[in-house]
Design a protein around this ligand. Structure first.
Ligand code: AP5
Length: 243
């Protein structure tokens, strides 16, 4: 465990008490949105579990989740010119150009619900994106979910999504209930071959951001190479440090 690490397992009792205290604080103080203006960045390699853990953070902070991956997939589904151009990059496991992503984020941050900060999921992914973000929003913390490459491939290839609810499952680590199994879909970029390109893009273009944010004293490292629930506990502990 290094400096900022909050990994580790709590006993169920301590965890329950902690959640009661946290909920009490959230009820008896101003909503977080008013007390802590600033955005949180959820950072990590593809398949680290950012989407899986985002819901807990939204619940605890009331900040809306802003996922550039979801925004791009929505644009692809609509068949907009931007979506069609982005699809080529996504299918190849490459990053979509910075100017497209920054434009999307600038627009998203104009919306009313973004006024008290948001939870960025999968953004920023390059230093130019982080520099642009610095000019338009305040980032108060960056939670980095750290998972080794060999675990990433299994996670991504086994991922399935429920198109009706958006819930993320895994054939082995988080099986879906049998009654919805038939409608689950697999993302087109969730192949073993594309995962390799995505990991390469991550190591070359995104990973350097960890030091960039660490230099600014904003990085909180979490051991993501644990069960979904254990990572969830670490995420909750990280949030308690931010509140
Ligand atoms: P995006 O959608 O952001 O993909 P990603 O970063 O590659 O992240 P993922 O959604 O694949 O993974 P995740 O960390 O959310 O993991 P999840 O929780 O689903 O981006 C897609 C593409 O869009 C990019 O490749 C790029 O082309 C483009 N793009 C997006 N943003 C961009 C940007 N800012 N700049 C440029 N281009 C951009 O979990 C994965 C699986 O593992 C699930 O099945 C889950 O059930 C399972 N799982 C989760 N946690 C655990 C655990 N602890 N143990 C076991 N299994 C687990």
């Amino acid at each position: 465990m290094d400096n900022g690490s909050v990994g580790g397992l709590w006993s169920p009792l301590v965890r329950t008490e902690y959640l009661i205290i946290l909920r009490h604080c959230l009820k008896t103080t101003k909503p977080l949105g008013e007390s802590m203006v600033g955005s949180i960045v959820l950072f990590g390699p593809p398949g680290a579990g950012k989407g899986t853990q985002a819901g807990r953070i939204v619940e605890l902070t009331s900040k809306p989740q802003v996922s550039t991956g979801d925004m791009l997939r929505a644009a692809v589904k609509l068949g907009s010119p931007m979506g069609l151009a982005a699809k080529e990059y996504m299918d190849a496991g490459l990053l979509v150009p910075d100017e497209v992503i920054i434009g999307l984020i600038q627009e998203r941050l104009q919306e009313d619900d973004a006024g008290q900060g948001v939870l960025f999921d999968g953004f920023p992914r390059t230093i130019p994106q982080a520099e642009s973000l610095e000019k338009i929003a305040t980032v108060s913390s960056v939670i980095s979910i750290e998972v080794p490459d060999d675990a990433i491939v299994d996670r991504i290839v086994g991922r399935r999504m429920d198109p009706e609810t958006g819930e993320i499952f895994h054939v082995q680590f988080k099986p879906a209930p049998p009654e919805i199994e038939g409608r689950l879909i697999q993302r087109p970029d969730d192949t073993e071959e594309t995962v390799r390109s995505r990991l390469e893009a991550y190591h070359n273009q995104t990973a350097p951001l960890a030091d960039w944010y660490s230099d600014r004293g904003l990085l909180i490292r979490i051991d993501g190479n644990a069960s979904i629930n254990q990572v969830g506990v670490s995420v909750e502990r990280a949030i308690s440090r931010i509140l």
